[in-house]
Design a protein around this ligand. Structure first.
Ligand SMILES: CC(C)(COP(=O)(O)OP(=O)(O)OC[C@H]1O[C@@H](n2cnc3c(N)ncnc32)[C@H](O)[C@@H]1OP(=O)(O)O)[C@@H](O)C(=O)NCCC(=O)NCCS
Length: 99
């Protein structure tokens, strides 16, 4: 979680699986967007990971900035869950990985 003056303004979740990490639930309160909150959260959770990090997203351009690239789904990836996303657009959802 990212906090400003004691208020949670952003969250991200990183699950550890046997072969990889799975990143989900990245979100920042609208009034705190574009201040680097998501970037700070990502830099924190992505440091020194010994296994690849996978995610689902509808905004691949945002994650490319952090070294993610589009890839095919791998066996064992968690199922897509509606609560992991702000909105669900299956046609726009891609799998990305940072190795
Ligand atoms: C996407 C989100 C997490 C970005 O959070 P943020 O704290 O505003 O991000 P930062 O301030 O760290 O970075 C902002 C940069 O990302 C860029 N960015 C934001 N949304 C983007 C998008 N959809 N596609 C490409 N770039 C994007 C901004 O243009 C900005 O670039 P700049 O630094 O060159 O000005 C936030 O807008 C959000 O919570 N969105 C709704 C939930 C969501 O879409 N989550 C991800 C779903 S997989």
């Amino acid at each position: 979680m990212a906090e400003v003056d004691g208020q949670v303004v952003g969250v991200v979740r990183l699950e550890e699986h046997e072969q990889f990490f799975f990143l989900t639930s990245l979100g920042v309160l609208p009034e705190h967007e574009k201040k680097g909150v998501a970037s700070a959260l990502l830099h924190f959770v992505l440091q020194e990971r010994a296994k690849p990090v996978y995610l689902y997203t509808i905004i691949p351009d945002f994650f490319r900035r952090f070294g993610f690239q589009e890839t095919a789904p791998v066996t064992g990836l968690p199922a897509k869950k509606i609560y992991g996303c702000d909105r669900c657009y299956p046609g726009q959802c891609v799998v990305m990985v940072k190795r």
